[in-house]
Design a protein around this ligand. Structure first.
Ligand code: GAP
Length: 451
């Protein structure tokens, strides 16, 4: 199945979804850049998540507000959060022969107990702790500058703003705060394309609730988050929940589940749901010497709210959506003409996530009236939808090019268009075609894309 990963990486590069970072310099630290289509698609994922959090939720999950906190925060934040200590470190072993480094928990028990390096069979060093925080210096003169850290999780920005948000928005618990942003970890072994990188984007929501309601909300959010992936088209059989046992949990978690996706390289976490208890607010209270307890007007009690966190990766869900949508059809799907011998690729992304919604195609490009008409239609639709105009190659080839990048509708201007101002709307998944009046197009497409 590694083959499938290679095909997806190739498609992503060829069609402008994802490029290796700093490629002309030979790449950099397994970083990646999102290309024109990747940017549209990632924005769509983030928007779908944002809408889900801030618009959809009703009681018992109600009132989720947004935040966009700074990446660079006081280093004391990371002392209080436990990230500068052993809690946020991987165990690293190095091969004395080839000097490659490995995460201890990625080695087989045999390799771990002296079996040797997975690459060259050489002897491995004893494991040592390696902290994952990315260091930088803040200030104009490096020697005098203060050490700071790039945030390793976005949620800390939410905790340190708990009081600000509570007071400015006059909220009562339970309520949530959602945030999307970059996070950084000095991963020992970045790998599997964009699955594990040193710079990535998180979509995190922190739900503040009464301690005695934490278990109830943990279960609620666990279900909601799985539903979200399913609602955006992820196949049920490719998603599962892993209950994380106490010894494997993150240092802050009282309860933890991982939502795992069946990638071509195995079942892997795409999102975590954590009951963080009062770990964060009580530690930030202690370190900042600010009382971050909440006064509950109903019960007349003062306490640290418990936090249920949903923490997903925008990059990992991007990869899961692409893997899930990727299909190859031998000989092609068209039955009206002789089977095309080549393999056809179809990316069946949910219409909300697909980067291009509409492609406008003149049937042939050597008829100026058709080209002119198609260009007019493109100009008409461009302000409303992410569109492409394409006139190169046979119409069948152009349909296949659009299917490969998940374009939801292909609109073709043909000879009838010149007579009655209608064109064909072709559906990506069924290849069904229907004629629509150009004057109705914007409304018809809007409706189709919404429902
Ligand atoms: N605030 C909790 C937290 O950060 P996590 O399980 O360490 O929890 C949450 O990370 C999510 O962030 C993961 O499920 C994954 O989607 C994403 N993530 C974490 N490390 C990553 C990395 N190195 N590369 C890409 N995504 C990563």
């Amino acid at each position: 199945m590694q083959d499938l990963t290679a095909k997806i990486i190739s498609l992503c590069k060829r069609r402008g979804f994802i490029f290796p970072s700093s490629e002309i310099y030979g790449g950099f630290g397994s970083g990646y850049d999102f290309g024109p289509l990747g940017t549209e698609m990632k924005n769509n994922i983030k928007l779908a998540w944002w809408d889900e959090m801030t618009k959809k939720q009703d009681p018992p999950a109600g009132g989720i507000v947004g935040l966009d906190a700074a990446i660079l925060m006081s280093p004391r934040v990371w002392q209080a959060s436990g990230h500068l200590t052993a809690g946020f470190a991987d165990e690293l072993v190095e091969c004395k022969g080839c000097h490659k480094r490995f995460k201890k928990d990625e080695l087989t028990p045999h390799q771990r107990t002296g079996g040797g390096c997975p690459e060259c069979g050489g002897k491995l060093t004893e494991p040592r702790k390696f902290n994952l925080m990315m260091k930088t210096s803040v200030g104009p003169v490096e020697e005098e500058a203060a050490t700071a850290y790039l945030r390793a999780e976005t949620c800390q920005g939410i905790y340190v703003n708990f009081e600000n948000i509570l007071n400015s928005m006059r909220l009562k618990i339970p309520f949530g705060v959602a945030q999307i942003g970059k996070a950084f970890r000095n991963e020992i072994t970045p790998k599997d394309f964009i699955f594990r990188t040193r710079e990535f984007e998180q979509m995190e929501m922190q739900w503040f609730c009464r301690p005695k309601e934490a278990i109830k909300y943990f279960d609620f959010w666990k279900k909601e988050r799985v539903e979200w992936y399913l609602s955006l088209g992820i196949k049920k059989e490719n998603l599962r929940i892993k209950e994380v046992p106490a010894e494997e949990r993150a240092h802050y978690a009282k309860q933890q589940i991982d939502i795992e996706y069946k990638f071509p390289f195995g079942w892997k976490e795409i999102e975590g749901v954590h009951n963080r208890g009062d770990f964060d607010l009580s530690n930030h209270s202690k370190y900042s010497e600010k009382d971050l307890r909440y006064f509950d007007e109903e019960t007349k009690e003062k306490y640290f709210p418990y936090i249920i966190e949903t923490s997903g990766g925008a990059d990992r869900s991007f990869l899961a959506f692409i893997c899930d949508a990727y299909q190859e059809i031998k000989g092609g799907r068209t039955k009206t003409t002789e089977a095309v011998k080549e393999v056809e690729t179809l990316l069946k992304l949910d219409k909300r996530i697909a980067p291009i919604k509409v492609a406008v195609l003149p049937l042939v490009r050597n008829k100026p009236e058709l080209v002119k008409k198609a260009k007019e239609v493109y100009q008409l639709l461009k302000p409303h939808f992410v569109c492409q105009y394409d006139e190169l190659g046979s119409i069948g080839r152009r349909y296949r090019r659009q299917d490969e990048i998940a374009t939801v509708f292909c609109l073709t201007c043909d000879f009838q268009t010149l007579e009655d101002d209608t064109l064909t709307v072709r559906y990506r998944d069924t290849m069904k075609q229907e004629r629509v009046k150009i004057s109705d197009l914007v409304n018809v497409l809007k409706e189709k894309l919404q429902n």
